[in-house]
Design a protein around this ligand. Sequence first.
Ligand code: 8DG
Ligand code: MN
Ligand code: MN
Length: 355
Amino acid sequence: CAHPSAKPESAVSPYACQRRTTLDNHNKIFTDALEVLAENLELCGNQGPSLAFRRAASMLKSLPAALRRLEETQHLPCLGEHSRAIIEEISECGSSSRVEEILNDERYRTMKFSQGNSSHIFFRQCKSLVCHSISYSSALVAGFLFYEDISKPVSRTEASALKIIVEEAVICVNPSATVSITGGFRRGKEFGHDVDFIIKTPEAGQEDVILPAVIKRFKSQNILLYSDLQESTFDLRKLPTHCFEAMDHFSKCFLIIKLKREQETDARAGKDWRAVRVDLVAPPLERFTYALLGWTGSTLFLRDLRRFARLERGKLLDNHALYDKATNTFLPAKTEEDIFAHLGLEYIEPWQRNA
Ligand code: 8DG
Ligand code: MN
Ligand code: MN
């Protein structure tokens, strides 16, 4: 029964960009289950229904405490009939029979290569390498050649070591350029499936020449195992797209880099390095902030930010720009705070974007 004295809990927004989602997840027991359901649907090619489970999991991740009573879910957004049933079953029985079934399913296990978490990372690898590669076969060959290494999570320590390598190469090529870490590590994650860097070049046009030069340098240092350079197809006059999945048009590259190990952990094999996936993006200076926001993620946070902009504010957002449909103008942004302000949103720090 309702407590008349109880203060109404502040409502949870259905948009991830209006929630603060840190890595401190109080509802892991539920979100893990919902993500297994989502992943299983994705493996079957059912992206639509999978998104509903992802959204439900994401919303639960933003809650300040664990769900204690099922009634608490009544006031929460993003929970469909299915997600509610799963939560109910887990809170009553400790687990969900459907999730257990999937976890034991031969097909699911084979797809996951029965290697725990690492295969999830390998999937991401194949997806990110193959999706972006002009040459499918060379991306696959690289993926399999370095499978063991790149299916292992990259640590924050390894990410920092790579930053030094990337920075050294970038500055050598262009002393006025700067490098920032983006992606999951910028959101405070301790591990990632790759390391993402964004390069800022103050002179116009430099963004198109810096990546080939950096790749050349890595080659000469004998640390480049694979590279897929995507030249810029960016047109400054184009409107932002409606399509959320569309990748941006900036100059970028997907690499596999040899990273020296601190201690020789693989002494028997005589291999003193590991292969790591590295992504570099070099946007033109006037679009840097939008690219930084886009590449910081998370994917779901950005998806909702774009959806919010379009549906609630009549503005179009993508990795390149923010466009106001009412005034037919592009909105400039020096900082990420500017972009949130343009959208009438409270600023959400990178580590609160783990939706
Ligand atoms: P992880 O590596 O820690 O597993 O996660 P992540 O860092 O959040 O994901 P990611 O796959 O490395 O991508 C980082 C962000 O970059 C993500 O929000 C998607 C975004 N991104 C773009 N454009 C492109 C692109 O063209 N290629 C890739 N690979 N990522 C892009 O906004
Ligand atoms: Mn990443
Ligand atoms: Mn990446």
